[in-house]
Design a protein around this ligand. Structure first.
Ligand SMILES: [Fe+2]
Ligand SMILES: [Fe+2]
Length: 437
């Protein structure tokens, strides 16, 4: 996850701002915005409200039936104020709204992986998108076979991760609604408005046309990814912590961190290209992307928990967050099997004009790369004067939500999305990052 430096914090209302640098809080009385000066963020918030009104968004219109049933009267009463937390503090509501947005995004991307990488129905939760019912797709056989090079249980894990994200999104939506918090922006995310990603301008599918895909327009793009695999070195390095200035962690697959790569077959042609080499590379790319997504959630929840006020909201954040870590741990173990037992495996993708090389990390004797070193290595925590400690990292709370948006954007997950979409996410992140205990 990319952390936003404190200098990028915006003081909303000209009040003193707490900044956290190297884990020491300091209170700055210096305001970047005088009372009289126009406040760009406030102006943007006002624009956002008129933007929402222009779209005719009203609470409980687009939420799933089960969510709408919960106290939608309260939600409607607060629909005129997009910042309203109802019975929650504004800060707690903003944090939960941002986490709900992240879970809606996760739901959309995991649904795509499930359609192609599993395709059978064994869900405890429903898709948070209202009016949609999951139907069995039976998956894409060559993609499933390639994923199973990482582990025979990959299809099962993909279904379960998808189910978990659906449940996170549905729960957070229902909880916010039950407290009368405004969820109009989240309704836009779960509804059809931003589910527009279908094809690139040149006709290349963004929503897969391969066997198994429902081919519906998407919220997220899994076909033009730049996957940051530095989580690999970050969790193996016992001398550095991003919260204490650690940078340039070793990438597991450096070539995934440049250029654009697809993590799903775009068409059935991708499954036979280069005698099957391309679909294997696509599946390995997916394996590392699973880690990237779930390690983001692993850091995001504790980072935001630090600014939650209500014990029940804290319980929610502390109870969901570790499941992201469980997901990461599983994927971390499986991704290390890419190319196991083989010489370096290089594949070019003529559509994205990119090349990726996977090496056998199971054979590596470099402790920053070795595949089976999946337990978090102890590292400096809070201060280098303390003994090293095995922890999630980063967990610095400053700018955590915007950092997550920046990381997902750099990942290419939103390639093709509209300026309105980015504005909405930035607004939700900005609000969450303004929350104070
Ligand atoms: Fe989640
Ligand atoms: Fe997740």
């Amino acid at each position: 996850m990319i952390c936003v430096p404190p200098t990028q914090l915006t003081n909303l209302r000209g009040k003193s701002v707490k900044t956290v640098t190297n884990n020491k809080e300091s209170v700055s009385e210096k305001s970047s915005l005088s009372e009289a000066a126009p406040n760009p963020l406030m102006t943007r918030r006002l624009r956002r409200r008129s933007f929402l009104r222009g779209l005719g968004a009203t609470s409980a219109l687009l939420v799933p039936a089960t969510t709408a049933l919960i106290n939608n009267t309260k939600a409607q009463s607060s629909s005129q104020n997009s910042d309203s937390g109802g019975q929650l503090t504004k800060g707690d509501a903003s944090i939960l709204r941002f986490l709900a947005a992240a879970e809606i995004i996760e739901s959309d991307l995991w649904e795509q992986y499930w359609e192609l990488g599993n395709g059978t129905l064994d869900f405890a939760s429903h898709n948070p998108q209202p009016g949609t019912t999951l139907t069995a797709t039976n998956g894409n056989a060559p993609y499933i076979k390639a994923l199973q090079l990482l582990d025979g249980d990959m299809p099962q894990y993909i279904l379960d991760n998808t189910d978990d994200e659906f449940s996170h999104a549905n729960f957070l939506l229902a909880y916010l609604n039950s407290k009368g918090a405004n969820i109009s922006e989240l309704e836009l995310l779960v509804g059809p408005h931003f589910r527009t990603l279908d094809k690139q301008a040149n006709g290349t599918p963004i929503s897969s046309r391969a066997t198994g895909s429902t081919q519906k327009p998407r919220l997220t793009n899994l076909t033009q990814l730049t996957v940051d695999t530095s989580f690999w070195g970050r969790y193996r390095d016992d001398r550095a912590n991003p919260d204490l200035g650690g940078t340039n962690f070793v990438q597991a697959v450096p070539s995934l961190n440049s250029g654009k790569h697809t993590a799903i077959p775009r068409t059935d042609a991708d499954t036979t290209s280069q005698n099957g080499a391309l679909i294997n590379a696509i599946a390995f790319t997916a394996g590392f992307h699973f880690c990237f997504i779930e390690i983001g959630g692993t850091s995001l929840y504790p980072s935001l928990a630090l600014r939650v006020r209500d014990p029940e909201v804290l319980r929610i954040v502390l109870s969901i967050g570790p499941t992201e870590a469980m997901h990461f741990q599983t994927w971390h173990d499986k991704a290390g099997n890419a190319d196991a037992g083989n010489p370096p495996f290089t594949v070019s993708d003529p559509i994205n004009n990119s090349t990726v090389t996977f090496t056998d990390l199971t054979a590596s004797t470099n402790e920053l790369l070795q595949a089976n070193l999946i337990m978090p290595e102890p590292c400096p925590f809070l201060s280098t004067s303390f003994p090293v400690c095995s922890i999630v990292r980063p967990t610095d709370t400053v700018g955590a939500a915007m950092g997550a948006v920046n990381a997902l954007t750099a990942d290419g997950l939103f390639t093709g999305q509209t300026p309105e979409f980015f504005q909405l996410l930035a607004d939700l992140a900005s609000d969450a990052d303004q929350a104070r205990r």
